[in-house]
Ligand binder design. Structure first.
Ligand code: XMP
Length: 515
């Protein structure tokens, strides 16, 4: 939604470009990450209040490295170059940049040596995060150095007349503790933003856009009960009411009462037209005797498509659009130069692989949002915390948490054990700090004793991890009393389990799921 007040972030491929966008949006200023070579003409038309040139892994003096349109420096729009972005500005405006064998990486102390609106209100000595090889060795005419570090005489530069600024460090990462204030200064003091971007406004504008796009047509959505599809459902329902049709596939591998919760919330409370495909038996029939994890995943994936497609066919002729919960990180991955100059924006297919006879236009109302913004939209739309703060749950469901072939009895044992893990951890006031927590049913029996009797029953493993994005994870140090009540409750209340273990492996080398 590049209208009104916004900031453009040109992406030169830094690992942390997304963080620049996060920080700017936290200040309630809308921003978008766009291609590194977006022309000055386009930018002029789209009229951002400011332009940020991101960092990047390439070397500005290299002929092949990604460059900006030099005309952007003549637009009169304030510019902030970060690291590689600063070097680009220096090179194009007549300064010089030298490649250096020595990489400066990590925390550095920086002194502010001249007043700058970028550093207004900050202490003169600041910790910053450096990550660069090349550096600016001569500033362009009209520029002055406003900060220096031991390694970097031009740690920050400015030309207040042309409103062009550059910093050699990364203000967007947490290791630059005052970075947030610097980006605030850039957006508000230098670009003149007023910080009016709010979720309620986003929702309002989005609803208008959805209504315009959909017109009198109908929309189909595969609702999984996860955060993204739930928020899409609530948003679309608000926009187009009963022209939204949701299909939920119950594969028989959901957590305890999950399907009922979805029906209760979306079918009853929201009054959405919801079709529940109760296909547990079909999935279990196809999975009978299968214990190989990859095979399980393939069977579940293809059966899901079959079931969804059959339900979707019931709507064909009536439905023009298929809605998807694509998020911003899925979209921006491909604007960076590192994906190759031809990288086009990819569509994330949550319901990918539909047969050719089912052709829909896509509608992706969350494609401009980060995950925590999606949660905020969900809250605004009245979704309960158990939906918007829900932990990730794998598509193949409990199948990848039963470490052998799948039977209805095993599913039931695992559902009951998993319920108790969740109930006990959710009693912790800080349970939202735990990224994921669940039970895994192991394919072994061990000996136990109950009263005077010997038992020979299943083992359940408990997995709880902390993580930022699921890519890496550390096992969560659950308090002993929580572990104690989980173990007691599972062994006493769940028939068929006589031993509970705690998984103390991190990712890598383990994964979060066991299969
Ligand atoms: P792993 O086990 O690879 O999981 O460490 C990383 C994150 O991804 C989730 N996960 C899945 N999500 N479909 C999904 O939608 C899947 O097949 C799938 N497998 C794993 C997992 O729960 C964790 O959050």
């Amino acid at each position: 939604m590049k209208q009104g007040e916004w900031i453009a972030i040109l992406d030169y491929g830094s690992q942390v470009t997304q963080l620049i966008a996060r920080r700017i949006r936290e200040h309630k200023v809308y921003c978008e990450i766009i291609r590194f070579d977006t022309s000055a003409e386009t930018l002029k038309e789209q009229a951002p209040k400011g332009i940020i040139l991101s960092g990047g892994p390439c070397s500005v003096p290299d002929e092949d490295s990604p460059k900006c349109d030099p005309e952007i420096f003549n637009l009169g729009i304030p510019i902030l170059g970060i690291c590689y972005g600063m070097q680009l500005a220096a090179q194009f405006l007549g300064g010089s940049v030298l490649g250096s064998e020595k990489r400066e990486y990590g925390k550095a102390m920086m002194q502010i040596i001249k007043p700058s609106p970028l550093f207004q209100g900050l202490e003169p000595d600041l910790q910053v995060w450096m990550s660069h090889g090349d550096k600016v060795t001569a500033m362009p005419e009209g520029f002055e150095a406003v900060a220096q570090s031991d390694n970097c005489p031009f740690a920050a530069m400015q030309n207040p007349v042309s409103k062009i600024y550059g910093v050699q460090f990364h203000p967007e990462v947490v290791h630059t503790p005052q970075g947030k204030e610097m980006l605030w200064n850039f957006a508000f003091k230098i670009c003149g933003c007023s910080g009016t971007w709010e979720m309620s406004k986003f929702i309002e504008e989005n609803i208008k856009a959805i209504r315009e796009k959909v017109g009198e047509d109908h929309v189909l959505l595969g609702l999984s009960g996860g955060v993204d599809s739930s928020v899409v459902a609530a948003l679309l329902h608000k926009a187009i009411g009963d022209k939204l049709h949701c299909v939920y596939v119950d594969n028989g591998l959901m957590r305890y009462r999950e399907t009922e919760d979805v029906e209760e919330l979306f079918g009853n409370a929201f009054g959405i037209d919801l079709t529940v495909a109760r296909s547990g038996e079909l999935f279990l029939r196809k999975l009978a005797g299968v214990s190989d994890p990859e095979e399980k995943r393939k069977i579940i994936g293809s059966t899901f498509i079959d079931v969804f497609a059959e339900k979707a066919r019931g709507f064909s002729g009536k439905v023009k659009f298929l809605a998807q919960g694509t998020l911003y990180p899925d979209v921006i991955e491909s604007v960076s130069p590192i994906g190759g100059p031809s990288a086009t924006i990819k569509s994330h297919h949550n319901v990918g692989g539909l047969p050719a006879d089912l052709q829909f236009d896509l509608i992706e109302p969350l494609r401009e949002l980060f995950k925590d913004e999606v949660r905020e939209v969900g809250r605004e739309l009245g979704l309960p915390s158990y939906v918007v703060d829900r932990q990730p749950f794998p598509g193949p469901g409990l199948a990848v948490r039963i470490i052998s072939d799948i039977t209805p009895e095993r599913i039931e044992v695992l559902q009951q054990a998993d319920l108790r893990v969740r109930e006990e951890i959710m009693k912790m006031p800080n349970h939202l700090d735990v990224w994921q927590y669940f039970a895994v049913l192991l394919p072994i029996q061990t000996v136990g004793v109950m009263g005077d009797d010997r038992t020979y029953e299943n083992v359940v493993a408990v997995r709880a991890v902390e993580s930022r994005d699921g890519m890496t994870a550390d096992w969560y140090k659950l308090p002993y009393d929580v572990m104690d009540s989980i173990s007691n409750r599972i062994i006493n209340e769940v028939r068929g389990v006589n031993r509970v273990c705690y998984d103390i492996s991190s990712k890598p080398p383990s994964t979060i799921e066991w299969e």
